[in-house]
Design a protein around this ligand. Structure first.
Ligand SMILES: *Cc1c(COP(=O)(O)O)cnc(C)c1O
Length: 376
């Protein structure tokens, strides 16, 4: 049968509680159907509609929608003129594409350590890694919670380099009461299905810098300034109209999703409070947490506990194995004590917005059982 999977390609049995599940339904289907019936699948009106809604929600002057979050990062570096031999400071505790996108433009990622409470860039360590070649600092809003934007911006100003936000996980998150994404030179968000809102694949850049937004639009569409007039080297990084239409509906769900997740986080943290050897997620006083991830620290027996949860059908994970330890970055291996310590104890529980109270209770119960039985 054409297209059928052979048994060795079959996906693994689904988890009883999987890591990600999106909140989408009839409205998204209807929006996508309208696009298909409109006859315009790309370069149409839905993309600017989505961009304007996204920019408004994140208090940014501009939003530029692209095919995925990784390309959004590459585009930000290129639009800043970062390239061959330049250095870009990034955390290692992130999804690998924060760093691979630096390599894609010919620059070198310089890994910095993180703060052990917020899991975001340690400002003092970033300062130590600045050199004459440093061309940008990229803060990752880990799990959606913002990094220390004000101190990092101060440091970036001192070093005369842009601060860039990898807000891939941080839709709707705030820092000092204002949305992240444009509290820097530029920020980016991802819409892959593990994030709080999704378009299947997709990304967006937010910025208050009009010239930067213009360069990104050119990069996205073959550097075309007029039909078949290619004024700069560009790419095809466009988001489709189907994705943009879905994105606009998803964005309208964002606040309800965040409300549910914050309520679930507060329930979970009450439920797990006092569990020996477990550190619960901490929300910094000047930020709020959108809980794309609910990440705990398990002191002695993380691997055992993670294994128990997986056996119980709960898709718990280490988010993320440090990037600087990946084979592709073997050449620049440095030690990052906090990141490496965290990588031994971090555990992210399934925490998508569709979890029921009974499922949360099941996760808490199995976690408690695993901790009680753990060898250490
Ligand atoms: C998801 C993610 C990305 C990449 O986004 P894609 O849309 O999957 O390319 C980059 N950085 C971080 C921190 C992410 O979580």
């Amino acid at each position: 049968m054409p297209g059928a999977m052979s048994t060795d390609q079959m996906p693994p049995a689904p988890f009883r509680i999987g890591l990600a599940r999106y909140d989408a339904g009839a409205e998204e289907v209807s929006a996508i159907r309208q696009v298909i019936e409109s006859g315009v699948l790309t370069n149409g009106p839905r993309t600017p509609e989505f961009e304007q809604a996204f920019a408004r929600r994140h208090e940014a002057k501009h939003a530029v929608a692209v095919a995925n979050g990784t390309i959004a990062l590459t585009g930000i570096y290129m639009a800043h003129g970062i390239g061959d031999g330049d250095e870009v400071i990034v955390p290692s505790l992130t999804f690998v594409s924060t760093a691979t996108s630096v390599v894609h433009v010919g620059a070198v990622p310089v890994f910095a350590d993180v703060d052990e409470r917020s899991f975001t860039l340690d400002v003092a360590d970033v300062r130590r890694r600045l050199t004459r070649r440093t061309r940008a600092i990229v803060v990752v809003h880990y799990g959606g919670q913002a990094g220390n934007l004000s101190e990092l911006q101060e440091l970036a100003n001192e070093a005369h380099v842009p601060l860039i936000e990898d807000a891939a996980q941080a839709h709707g998150a705030t820092y000092r009461g204002r949305p992240v994404g444009a509290q820097s030179s530029a920020g980016m968000f991802s819409f892959t299905p593990t994030k709080n809102i999704t378009t299947g694949e997709g990304g967006v850049v937010t910025t208050n810098d009009t010239a930067l937004a213009d360069r990104l639009r050119l990069l996205r569409n073959h550097g075309q300034t007029a039909p078949y007039q290619h004024s700069m080297l560009g790419f095809n990084w466009r988001m489709t109209e189907m994705q943009a239409a879905m994105g606009t509906v998803q964005l309208s769900r964002l606040d309800a999703i965040l409300d549910r997740k914050r309520a679930n986080a507060s329930w979970m943290s009450n439920r797990l409070h006092g569990l020996p050897g477990v550190t619960l997620p901490e929300v910094m006083p000047d930020r709020d947490h959108p809980y794309m991830l609910y990440t705990i620290l398990v002191e002695h027996s993380r691997d055992y506990v993670m294994e128990c949860l997986i056996k119980a059908g709960i898709e718990a994970r280490l988010y993320f194995p440090p990037a600087h330890k990946q084979p592709i970055f073997a050449r620049q291996q440095k030690t990052l004590p906090v990141t490496e310590r965290l990588a031994k104890s971090m555990l992210s529980l399934p925490f998508h917005s569709m979890l029921t109270r009974a499922e949360l209770e099941y996760i808490a119960h199995e976690l408690e059982r695993a901790i009680r039985r753990s060898p250490a």
